[in-house]
Ligand binder design. Sequence first.
Ligand code: LAG
Ligand code: CA
Length: 442
Amino acid sequence: MLGPNGYGAVQVSPPQEHVVLPGEGHPWWQDYQPVSYSIDNTRRGSRAEFADMVARCRDAGVRIYVDAVVNHMTGSGSVGSGPGSAGSTYAKYEYPAVPYGDGDFGDCRRDIADGTDPAEVQGCELVALSDLDTGSAHVRGAVADYLNDLIGLGVAGFRVDAVKHVPAADLAAIYARLDEVPGYGGRPYIFQEVLDGGGPESIRPPGYTHLGDVIDERYHDQVGAQIRDGRLDSVLETVRTGMAVESDQAVVFVDNHDSQRSDPSISYQAMGQRHVLAQALTLAQPYGTPKVMSSYRFESTAQGPPSTGTEAGNPAGAITAPTDCSGERWFCEHRDLNAMPTFTNAVGEAPAVERAEDGAARIAFDRGERGFAAFNASGSGWTVTSATGLPDGRYCDVANGTIGADGACDSAGYAVSGGEVTVTVPPNGAVALHVDALCAEG
Ligand code: LAG
Ligand code: CA
């Protein structure tokens, strides 16, 4: 039940044809090595299945954003030549199914050495992946055709991968060719992965905000660590003063598929219930557009999602649906957040106003007069009476209750009276009240 609980969109893994690496145990990162832009017969299913998913989500009011790999094709370390998941032949710098040939790749055929030099970062190879010459009209056209194919199926946005490695002018030329999204109108929503590794502004997040939103990894690095360590009292100050770009240009998250592996201490696997609190607080604080992680247990960083058939080398349709969210393999973190995204939607741009604090690990704040939320990173419950700007009324606790198809919330409620509310915040948990989720009378 994503839509009723406030989720506007879901980001999905790169859907294009990819390398198949049985010798490496079919790692999750096969998807980040494109062989062609066919979306038929990948490890994640057929074109028809993809189109059906997009349509069903659209009908439920939930958009699909695709992780778009546009900087590169395959690497040399992994495999010599195909076939790819859809059967296309290829070799590094030769992808006849697109078609791309040797001339469609940059001249610098070695790894990036100096991460602060734009010419290197954008013209050489990221972890040995063949680097597309995105300055060429042919490459721009092929990438735009791929994205427009997805838009034609109803895909409403893109997380553009490895953007730091593509000149802004090349992205501008590609984005300018994109169609409007059928049904929604307007161009697709674009958010760009720009890791902030230093160097001039042109290869840092501010160098791309004129083209779309950017991922602000500082949020993960700083706020993620603060919440992990129980320092909730620093969070609002950090998002006010320590972030990379303006709030309306940023996408933020506690963890993503890369950070879970590079910094596993900030993940559900390591943090358990504290991670639920971290994502709830991310949805409540005022900086950026929040993104929630929902993931699976892994024993090694390369291990892919739960699947069948990988032993047989089957790349297609092999990933199993997360029917079991026990944590044996799928965690399904979003389910623990209940209707918390409705809080984000209800409060909009309203400013955060600190209302209560008890040591470093317990905070409560308003979002203008539209929401009140309290967080408790300790091992015992926190009962607090706090001032709040919420109008008098009885509110549903969306951090602990879901909203059903009938629009009703199934949590216990809290009464606001005369500018005051008393709530009990569970250990490593949250309470969240907002003006769009009043309890039914009684
Ligand atoms: C990204 N953002 O810029 C993705 O978020 C990240 O997950 C991607 O790396 C990366 N850029 C390229 O799209 C992932 C894995 C890498 C993997 C790469 C290509 O984190 O480990 O590299 O996808 O599949 C792998 C090997 C490398 C090897 C390379 C080429 O790990 O050692 O050089 O393949 O063969
Ligand atoms: Ca590049």
